[in-house]
Design a protein around this ligand. Structure first.
Ligand code: F6R
Length: 270
């Protein structure tokens, strides 16, 4: 995993938006995988700014969200469809028909999840998947113990997640118990992942994901098997990483490569 540590979440989100913008400019009909929650909010604000001020064009972009609460329709203020419309889709020029989110009101879950996977395949797969992480190390709603080969399916929320999300619902008893979520296997098939984590409460999850063993108990650790993950953290979330010096060295090499300063890296020497 490439690890980029920025001083704060605003700087890290701007950096994340650069990766999104680079892709959208290079491949206007690209497929983005979207996340919800507090983590991607600044990234979405920056994407909106890029659209308004720099004309970043989302008209051909397709999106697939990671998950949705079971039982909540699009008009429910805590549904992820509502969140996406409010915080991103209504503020950029994306075609609403190009945005996909699992339907929390589906009755035949198996058929709905199969169809969701098929739609991702038909779109050519996800080019760039945006990910946040739960304090228990989950990505999407793949709670500890989820199969690392899992596909889109129904999932029971862990008590830690219910506790974490109670603030949005006004109490733990109001948080839905089930969600539809992309699986770890689905996420691993995306071409590139942007893995974001901000704040001291994410430090353990970041350490376990990046430097811990690959285990179903920390489903984000499966990202170590992915071909191209960029981890973007603020200082607080990165504070338990032990190989920080090495990650900084890699960024220096990366920047010299991007600037074509090959000689300084010993490329082309005797
Ligand atoms: C939501 C999702 C979740 C969140 C995670 C962190 O689509 O994928 O895995 O990323 O629960 O939530 P926040 O960002 O609110 O801390």
């Amino acid at each position: 995993m490439r690890v980029i540590i920025e001083p704060d979440s605003a700087a890290a989100s701007r950096r994340a938006a650069c990766f999104v913008a680079e892709l959208v400019r290079k491949k206007p009909e690209c497929v983005l995988g979207m996340a919800t929650g507090s983590t991607p909010l600044l990234l979405y604000q920056e994407m909106i700014r890029l659209h308004r001020e720099e004309g970043l064009d989302f008209s051909h972009v397709k999106t697939f969200n990671l998950d949705e609460y079971v039982g909540l329709g699009p008009a429910h203020p805590q549904s992820y469809r509502f969140f996406m419309n409010q915080n991103l889709f209504s503020q950029i020029n994306i075609d609403p028909n190009h945005t996909h989110i699992p339907d929390g009101r589906a009755l035949d879950f198996e058929a709905h999840c199969r169809l969701y996977e098929q739609k991702i395949k038909d779109a050519g797969g996800i080019d760039l998947q945006i990910l946040g992480v739960g304090s228990d190390g989950h990505i999407a709603f793949n709670e500890p113990g989820s199969s690392l080969g899992s596909r889109t399916r129904l999932k029971t929320l862990a008590s830690e997640t219910i506790r974490d999300n109670a603030r949005y619902f006004g109490g733990e008893d109001k948080v839905p118990r089930l969600a539809i979520t992309m699986g770890i296997g689905t996420i691993l098939e995306s071409h590139r992942c942007l893995f974001l984590a901000f704040g001291p409460h994410k430090a353990t999850a970041v350490r376990d994901t990046v430097e811990g063993p690959i285990t179903a108990q920390v489903t984000a650790s499966a990202l170590q098997l992915h071909r191209e993950v960029i981890g973007l953290f603020d200082e607080a979330a990165a504070r338990l990483l032990v190989r920080r010096d090495y990650y900084a060295e890699v960024e220096i090499s990366q920047s010299l490569l991007e600037q074509g300063r090959h000689r300084e890296l010993g490329i082309g020497g005797v």
